[in-house]
Design a protein around this ligand. Structure first.
Ligand code: NAP
Length: 240
């Protein structure tokens, strides 16, 4: 897709990086963002080594000004936005009875509030792309725990359910502008985020980040008449 551009948050590792790589391989010019600059730059360098056009823009998604600056940087550099991928996120486990407010607030800030603000700030550019080709796309990385709340992950589950609700509302408000919105809802994916569970669920039995990236390719391959509101990804034997 020469001449098209994408913005990927959480792009320095895991699911965001796999989606960024797929989009870059398919010709999208990328703005890649994440919190830690060094890790982000390393990821961007890896993509550039494979011929992908990448700008790396660090941002702490918990800070509104960082989000505004990120979108402005993308707008200034690329001038258009065809695909927005909201993948930045974190999970902090623990029983509800013991979960400190600061942990709740951090997950709400990054997993939900930042997705809302980033999307809001990108809508004008996405509308322009939608008017041009009727296939602008917002990919919100939710979780299977946003569909079926999980014990020990209550705050995380609640933020991810919020992302599903936001995605549904986006469809109602903006699908006739040529902007499609999809919530991706995976179970365990083999990334840095799932290191803590890999003794119980071996990495090789987890969903691959490339599986999620392949789904984004699929979403971009359908006709403008076909909206996919949500995709769930689970493992063999997984109970919901
Ligand atoms: N892995 C799974 O099993 C799974 C399942 C369902 C949904 N998800 C969701 O998938 C998304 C990506 O997670 P992942 O599995 O790919 O994990 P990951 O490899 O740990 O990647 C997380 C990404 O989010 C960024 N990030 C975290 N906090 C941030 C903040 N405050 N500001 C900016 N960027 C921040 C990280 O950057 P830094 O490293 O610099 O902080 C990193 O680029 C998340 O939304 C997660 O909730 C994951």
């Amino acid at each position: 897709m020469q001449g098209r551009a994408a913005l990927v948050t959480g792009g320095s590792s895991g699911i965001g990086l796999a989606i960024a790589r797929a989009l870059g391989e398919d010709g999208y010019a990328l703005t890649l963002s994440a919190r830690r600059p060094e890790k982000l730059e390393q990821a961007a360098a890896g993509l550039r080594a494979d011929g992908i056009d990448v700008d790396a823009v660090p941002a702490n998604m918990a800070e509104e000004q960082d989000v505004l600056d990120l979108v402005a940087a993308h707008r200034d550099r690329r001038g258009r936005l065809d695909v927005l991928v909201n993948s930045a996120g974190l999970g902090i486990g623990g029983p509800i009875a013991e979960h400190e407010t600061r942990k709740l607030d951090m997950q709400i800030a990054v997993n939900l509030r930042a997705v809302y603000i980033t999307t809001r700030e990108c809508l004008a550019l996405l509308k322009e792309a939608g008017a041009e080709h009727r296939k602008a796309l917002i990919v919100n990385v939710s979780s299977i725990s946003g569909k079926y709340g999980q014990s020990w992950l209550a705050a995380y589950s609640a933020t991810k359910a919020g992302v599903v609700g936001l995605t549904q509302a986006l469809h109602k408000e903006h699908s006739t502008d040529g902007i499609q919105a999809t919530a991706l809802c995976p179970g365990w994916v083999d990334t840095a985020m799932t290191e803590f569970i890999k003794e119980a669920v071996p990495a090789e039995e987890m969903i691959r980040p490339e599986d999620i990236a392949g789904a984004v390719r699929y979403l971009l391959s359908t006709s403008p008449n076909c909206v996919v509101p949500e995709i769930q990804f689970i493992r063999p034997g997984e109970t919901l």
